[in-house]
Every structure is written in C-alpha cells, then in structure tokens.
Design a protein around this ligand. Structure first.
Ligand code: NDP
Length: 450
C-alpha cells in the first residue's frame, strides 16, 4: 500500500487544480522494465543476499575458489555457520559505515566548490549542483593520513576484519535511504521520474519514484552518485593493499596494477564530476533502491573483489603480462574518456575548438546528435571503453577463480541492457530524428560487430 499523501489545507477547487497540473507533469508510467514488480521484488530481496555471498567468497580458507565453478558448497556452509551468522551483527562496523557516509555529507556541505546548473528538466527548471567531489576525495585521504601518522597502517586492517559487518551496514543504509526517498516522493509538488510512477509500490520503490530527492539544497541522488560508493571503493582498496603490505612485507605487482587502475577510474570520475550531470542516472532515472543499493552497497562491496581476492591469494605476474594488461587498460580509458568528454564538450559548446569540426544532425527537440568522431563509430562507444577497463582490472587475478571476474560479467550485461534502455528513451524523445541518427551510426556498442 502506498504511504499516505500529506494532507494539504487547500480548498477542494484549488487542490483538484493542483492535482490536475501535477498529473500532467507526472504522467502515469505505463511500461515496466527489469521484469516488472516481480523482477523488482527479486532485486530488492536477492541482490543483498548475493553481496553477502560474495563476502565469504574470497576468504583465505577458500581453497575451492582455485577451481572455476567448483566447490561453492563450501561457501554456502560458511554462510550458514554460527560464526558467520554472529558476525552479521557488528555495531562497530555499523558505526564506521554510517560515520563514513556522514563524513562525506559533511564534506559536501563545507568544502568549497563551483555551483553549476544541471540540464533543463521537463518542468523547465534547472537544479544547481555543488562540484566538490574531488576535494572530498583528497580530504578523506588527508584526514586518514593525519590519523594514521602515529599508529602506522594497523588500523586499516579494520575493513578486512569487519568485512561482513560493513557489508550488512551498507545494506541497512541502502534500505533506509530508499524507504526515506520513497515516502518523501508523495509530498506534493515533487517531480517524479517518468519511469517510476506506475502506482505499484514495490516497482516504484525499486526503480525510483522521485527524480531529484533533496533535503533543502542537499541533492541526495547527486551526492550518492560519486561519493560514498566511489570514495568508499578507493578507501576499501587502500585498506586491502595496506593489509597485504602488513602480511607480506611488500605489495605484489598484481595488487599494484589493480590499485592503480581502479584508483585512476575513481579519481578520473571525481575530477570530471560535472560530466555526471548529463548521464541517465541524473537526467532520467528516479532515485530508488536500484541506485541507492548500487551506490551504497554494490559498488564498494563488489567492485573491490579483485583487491580482496589478491589479498587472500597473492600472486605476481611477469612484466610482459603486466605490460599487456596495462596496455588494455590504457586503450579502454582512451576510448571511455575520449567519448564521454567529446559529448560533454560538444553539448556545452558545439563551436568549441576540439569539437567544431564534428558532424552532427539537428533534432526537432533542439539538441544536436553527433554523427562523427567517437559518436560516429557506434552509438555507445563509451560503454566499450568502460568494459575493456573492467576486464583489465580482473586479469591480474589470473584464472584461478571466476569470482574476481564477476564485475566484467555483470557489467557486460548491465551495459547491454543500459544501451537498450537509452535507445528506447532516445527513440521516444527524438522520434524520426533518432531513426535518422541510427541509420547513419549503425552499430550499438562495438563498431563493425554489434
Ligand atoms: P551516456 O553518457 O552514454 O549518454 C547517453 C545520452 O547521451 C543519451 O541519452 C542522449 O541524451 C545523449 N546522446 C546519445 N547519442 C548522442 C550523440 N550522438 N550525440 C550527442 N548526445 C548523444 O550515458 P550513460 O549514463 O549510460 O553513461 C555514462 C558513462 O557512465 C558511460 O561511460 C558508462 O560506461 C558509465 N557507466 C558506468 C557504470 C558503472 O557501474 N561503472 C554504470 C553506468 C554507466 P540526450 O537526451 O541529452 O540527447
């Protein structure tokens, strides 16, 4: 049952007029994605269990993980053991996780940053966003260094020792924030996501009902997008590297690679934080369980699997392998950053020096679609670059287990699905112009292949 809508003191006439204009602005969503309400229920119930499953997969007792698909009953036995069940309740981990998120929120408010406008929304408004994610990232690390200067690296083993408790804390936080934003979305005057207003509570809760939930000026979705998840990912990776150093007295070259690649990805995302304002997450999707869980739990707890695996199964590789994997990452980054920056630059100023030579088509909506450069090769060449990078993060782990490869496997499906979603959105938005664009740029993701 949906939560009660706040009662207003308006007269029946004004309240029905307000409701009519709200209905026009927030039309009912008539199509489902992700398998509809059943799929949504599955995601809300099963994804947290999957993350808990991963929390026992790379432990040092995990000898079966040396085999690709075998030995998984070992993990299920561990999941049901009294020791594991006891470790689920860890108040210190809850305190640490919630404290970390609050610290990031504090940084969002107090650290300086430019205020920039987002894209024009369908109600004609443009929200303003404070860009200080990169400052928040290095402030987090400076603060940590300040605290660690007298203690050495020992406190960093906390993350490894309290991993299960931290995972539970992140899941708890994801549920709490999703429930809050869902309830708040019923307050009058809210702009809802066009895909999140079906009236089915579980589906809307999962997909995200309100487009831009805010507490005052604090934009919950924008804050969540790059800070707790991405900065958390880097903090966790650093803790794993520190533990390897304490355990082995050195850091393996595979751990170095994974640390460098993933740190680069996070630093790059935060350095270019403004780019997030034109992505689907911000412009189109509502903020619900999917984004909340994705960014408060999924990113920090599963994107760190490679570093965690290498901590429990340390290995070195030859310098030739090192070079090849490094090259693959560079190629991925070149495509990913080149494509994303080209679109952003073009959208900000089509006459800019780096983009004015590019071909494009004008649309009836008033926006221009690039048909040459990166965006002339395929309609989502940026996804290809992103996926190549994802693959390069796992190769240092070798082929002893499929667990570290979970990320590119899942991410491959996510990108295939995301491309279809974006295609659907653009076809609805641009109509015949989109068909024209697709007839010029024929491939979806991989030029010449797909
Ligand atoms: P994109 O950056 O791919 O942007 C898609 C939008 O760009 C379209 O909806 C359309 O918006 C506009 N557009 C499409 N074609 C053109 C064109 N030819 N010229 C100009 N504009 C065009 O969106 P995403 O949010 O999907 O991806 C952003 C990045 O985030 C990607 O690199 C992706 O790999 C990455 N990502 C990473 C994830 C992770 O977990 N690591 C998860 C999801 C994404 P408009 O309506 O404005 O025209």
């Amino acid at each position: 049952m949906p939560p009660k809508v706040k009662k207003s003191k308006e007269t029946p006439a004004t309240s029905s007029a307000a409701s009519a204009s709200s209905d026009a602005l927030n039309p009912k969503t008539t199509t489902y994605e992700f398998g509809g309400p059943l799929g949504a229920l599955g995601m809300v119930a099963v994804l947290p269990l999957l993350v808990l499953f991963f929390s026992v997969c790379c432990d040092p007792t995990g000898y079966p993980s040396r085999y690709l698909f075998m030995g998984y009953q070992h993990y299920f036995e561990r999941l049901l053991s009294a020791e594991y069940l006891k470790s689920l309740y860890d108040p210190v981990a809850i305190f640490a996780y919630f404290g970390f998120v609050l610290l990031q929120a504090f940084f969002y408010f107090v650290l300086p940053g430019d205020t920039v406008p987002g894209t024009v929304m369908r109600d004609g408004n443009r929200l303003k966003y404070k860009i200080n994610g990169f400052t928040a990232l290095h402030s987090t690390f400076f603060l940590a260094l300040y605290f660690l200067k007298n203690t050495g690296l020992e406190p960093l083993t906390f993350v490894y020792d309290h991993w299960i408790g931290l995972t539970v804390a992140s899941i708890l936080f994801s549920y709490m924030i999703s429930i809050y934003v869902y309830m708040a979305s019923f307050e009058p005057g809210k702009l809802l996501a066009t895909g999140g207003n079906t009236g089915n509570a579980i589906y809307d809760f999962m997909i995200g009902r309100e487009l831009n939930p805010r507490i005052g000026e604090f934009d919950i979705k924008f804050f969540t997008e790059l800070r707790p998840g991405l900065i958390g990912w880097l903090v966790i990776n650093t803790c794993f590297a520190a533990k390897q150093y304490l355990d082995l007295g050195r850091i393996t070259n595979t751990m170095l690679l994974v640390q460098f690649f993933e740190a680069w990805y996070v630093i790059d995302a935060l350095w270019n934080e403004e780019c997030v304002l034109t992505t689907m997450d911000i412009t189109t999707d509502g903020f619900g369980f999917m984004l909340a869980f994705g960014l408060y739990t999924w990113v920090p707890m599963t994107y760190t699997l490679q570093a965690r695996y290498l901590l429990d199964f340390p290995r070195d590789i030859s310098w030739v392998e090192f070079g090849l994997i490094f090259g693959l990452n560079l190629l991925g980054y070149y495509i990913f950053r080149g494509a994303n920056s080209q679109k952003n630059e073009f959208r900000a100023n089509p006459e800019g020096p780096n983009v004015k030579h590019l071909k494009y088509i004008n649309t009836k909506k008033g926006t221009k679609l690039l048909t040459s450069g990166w965006w002339g090769m395929s309609r989502h060449i940026n996804y290809l670059g992103d996926w190549l990078m994802a693959l390069s993060w796992c190769l240092p782990c070798g082929f002893g287990s499929i667990i570290p490869y979970f990320y590119p496997i899942y991410f491959g499906f996510l990108l295939l699905h995301r491309e279809r979603r974006d295609d659907h959105k653009c076809r609805e938005k641009y109509g015949a112009d989109w068909d024209k664009y697709c007839s010029i740029v024929k491939y979806r993701i991989i030029p010449g292949i797909y």
